[in-house]
Design a protein around this ligand. Structure first.
Ligand code: SF4
Length: 244
């Protein structure tokens, strides 16, 4: 994707949502870490439902360690894989209290040393809690980056590396949330809502759905056009695959 189009992608995403952020509820880096640990293979809504009462009872690493394993599990039993997640949370709290004075470290290596924390979770914490300009690539961002042609790549890491090279600096801090929300609500996996996508003319996805097939005519499809777009431009075709 040409540099001017990359600029246009983020200008439009910013125009649609000037202050994007996570949909997980949290009050501190520690609470965000716990929420992200719980969010694997679960929805943000389900996580928020569980963490509301949990964070009231145990707002930080020390108080969470005071919960027995059974008490902790009772708070998160509505979330998938909660046995494993409870174990990781307790181990993580032990390390935070022992090695980091109860605080969440800001260094990638220290984050990735915590049980259940991989590169993606570390990137979410670095970006959302500490404002670092890194992009955590999940299934939504992988899909959007490939379909759009913004940062095509066969693996999550390849897409992350490419995004780190091609996203303009001034958009880097918010790019994670813009792309994830676009994938979650517009460029959906099974049926992308191209007819209302502000990136339609910039998108290289071969199977994108022209807005007028939904609205009836190109003239009636103005909602799908970006701010400066007249008609869709021809692009070389591209098709993406979801990560396993
Ligand atoms: S035009 Fe369709 S496929 Fe392309 S980014 Fe928008 S929603 Fe996704």
């Amino acid at each position: 994707m040409p540099a001017a189009d990359r600029e246009a992608v983020f200008e439009r995403l910013r125009e649609s949502n000037p202050h994007p952020t996570t949909e997980l509820c949290y009050g501190s880096p520690f609470q965000l870490l716990i929420a992200v640990l719980l969010s694997a293979q679960s929805t943000d809504r389900a996580v928020n439902k569980a963490t509301g009462p949990l964070f009231k009872a145990a707002p930080d690493a020390r108080t969470m360690l005071c919960l027995s394993e059974g008490e902790l599990k009772a708070f998160i039993a509505s979330i998938g894989l909660y046995h494993t997640k409870a174990r990781h949370i307790r181990q993580t709290c032990e390390i935070l209290v022992r090695d980091h004075a109860g605080h969440v470290p800001r260094e990638r290596a220290a984050l990735e040393a915590l049980p259940g924390v991989g590169r993606k979770t570390a990137n979410v914490i670095l970006n959302t809690a500490f404002g670092e300009p890194v992009i955590a690539v999940d299934t939504h961002i992988f899909r959007v980056a490939n379909r759009l042609g913004l940062a095509p790549g066969p693996t999550v890491r390849a897409v992350e590396d490419r995004l780190s090279r091609v996203v303009p600096d001034r958009f880097r801090a918010d790019a994670h949330h813009w792309l994830i929300l676009h994938g979650r609500y517009v460029c959906k996996a099974r049926r992308p809502e191209c007819e209302r996508c502000v990136l339609f003319d910039l998108c290289t996805y071969r199977d994108k759905v022209p807005p007028w097939t939904v609205t009836g005519s190109p003239q009636a499809s103005g909602a799908a056009r970006g701010p400066s777009r007249s008609l869709p431009r021809r692009r070389s075709p591209g098709r993406s695959r979801e990560p396993a």
